[in-house]
Design a protein around this ligand. Structure first.
Ligand code: ARG
Length: 459
């Protein structure tokens, strides 16, 4: 396939150079956006009288046919082409002759590729946002189901205070809500049209950038032609936002992996989302969660690639920037793949409530409530804390729990104790009473779910 820039060259490009230089293997996925962008450009050229109107319409309608032919498989993209832009223009010219050669008036591949990536990423960002919303909905549903399911809350992976499983799930929903917010924010800056920047210095033709922007669904046009073709901030922002998504999915995966272990046994994954071992017949492994945790590394790597590619290049376009696509497309594809597997895995997992409850009964996770009970009797918190510490030490000594100590034993440590302490340290009471804004009580979980569902509707 011929290059677009043959004029000043006397020799054919070496095969190795062509293979090295070519981006068709990864930019062919932008064919639809490339063609749609070209249609808008051609119609604008016609409307502005830059090329003949009838010819511009011919170009636009033939591009639409090319698009259909690629989609139907009638036209195969030539993998020897330099890039998708070269392929489409070459095909158009093969079909329309000189008319096809007029398409690239007042345009460069530099602003064309910047346009194509933005169009692709807008679509992908919207899709990922929808998938995240679906996961948030699943979490809300499960959280309501488990708004009163008691489990131990941890700090330092040590049992700390009682919470509800619903509350734990809604923590992830809160993280994912911020992810959705970040993606929406990145989308805004993606939604600026670079076409019309030309190679780097705009054009002398009387182009109408606003018309192209509105035709292609862009909010505004870029304000500086050098920036228009040099800017890949939208890739960096998306890769950053996706990296944070992966941090969240990875932490969640890590917890699911722990919860699946015999040591925890808080959840059981559906058979459809687990795998076995080729040698150990008893094994049921949480591979999906492990893969999601592992794939976070790829996405962080993609972000590092993009940052490194961009950090040292002078304005405006440099070929280094061709490296943007593989990295950002890999991030996008990886996150989509992870969400596709992760959401149904969470949706179908069985929560082993009794095991959570039993784990919550150990580890003195109601010790803070015991101290708070004394505070209610007028003791300063620091003294109440000390008295409760002594009781915990006594329990450890005697192999008892706060629930099984006698009132006498309580009174020996602090005379303010009476029978009421048993109700105060009852795990159900401990959780029910946690009514502060954002606390784990069932009532609060319901509130969080309501807030979250309303938020994703408005986003
Ligand atoms: N394949 C190129 C890329 O992805 C398209 C832009 C080429 N521009 C150029 N001046 N060689 O960056």
């Amino acid at each position: 396939m011929a290059q677009l820039w043959k004029g000043r060259f006397k020799k054919e490009l070496a095969k190795e150079t062509n293979d090295f230089n070519s981006s068709i293997k990864f930019d062919s996925r932008m064919f639809e956006e490339d063609i749609t962008g070209s249609i808008a450009h051609a119609l604008m050229l016609g409307a502005q009288g830059i090329i003949d109107k009838a010819e511009s319409e011919k170009i636009a309608s033939e591009l639409a046919v090319i698009l259909e032919d690629i989609k139907s498989g009638k036209l195969k993209i030539d993998m020897e082409s330099e890039d998708i832009h070269t392929f489409v223009e070459g095909e158009l010219t093969a079909r329309l002759g000189d008319t096809g050669k007029r398409l690239h008036t007042a345009r460069s591949r530099n602003d064309q590729v910047a346009l194509d990536i933005r169009m692709v990423l807008k679509k992908e960002t919207a899709e990922i946002t929808e998938s995240l919303k679906k996961l948030v909905e699943v979490l809300c549903e499960k959280a309501l189901e488990h708004k009163a399911t008691i489990m131990p809350g941890y700090t330092h992976l040590q049992r700390a205070q009682p919470i509800t499983f619903g509350h734990h799930l809604m923590a992830y929903a809160a993280m994912l809500l911020r992810d959705i917010d970040r993606l929406n924010d990145a989308y805004k800056r993606m939604n600026v049209l670079p076409l019309g920047s030309g190679a780097l210095a705009g054009t002398t033709y009387p182009i109408d950038r606003e018309a192209v922007a509105s035709q292609l669904g862009f909010d505004s046009v870029s304000q500086n032609s050098l920036d228009g073709v040099s800017d890949r901030d939208f890739c960096l922002e998306l890769a950053s936002a996706l990296s944070i998504v992966m941090v969240h999915l990875s932490r969640f995966s890590e917890e699911i992996i722990m919860w699946c272990s015999w040591e925890f046994k808080f959840v059981e994954l559906d058979d459809a989302f687990s795998t076995g071992s080729s040698i150990m017949p008893q094994k049921k492994n949480p591979d999906i969660a492990e893969l999601v945790r592992g794939k976070s590394g790829r996405v962080f790597g993609d972000l590092t690639t993009l940052l490194t590619v961009m950090k040292g290049i002078p304005l405006a376009y440099n070929k280094d920037m061709q490296e943007d696509k593989e990295a950002i497309f890999d991030s996008v594809d990886t996150v989509k793949m992870c969400l596709n597997a992760f959401t149904p895995m969470v949706e179908t997992m069985t929560v082993l409530k009794d095991n959570m409850r039993a784990a919550a009964a150990k580890g003195f996770i109601n010790a803070t409530d015991c101290a708070d009970y004394l505070v209610g009797k007028g003791l300063p918190f620091r003294d109440a804390y000390k008295a409760t510490g002594e009781l915990v030490a006594l329990c450890i000594d005697k192999g008892l729990t706060l629930e099984t100590l006698s009132v006498e034993e309580y009174k020996n440590v602090c005379s303010l104790f009476d029978e009421g302490v048993y109700d105060a340290i009852n795990l159900e009471t401990c959780v029910m009473k946690r009514l502060s804004e954002g606390a784990p009580s069932p009532e609060s979980v319901e509130k969080q779910v309501k807030f979250t569902l309303a938020k994703i509707k408005e986003e």
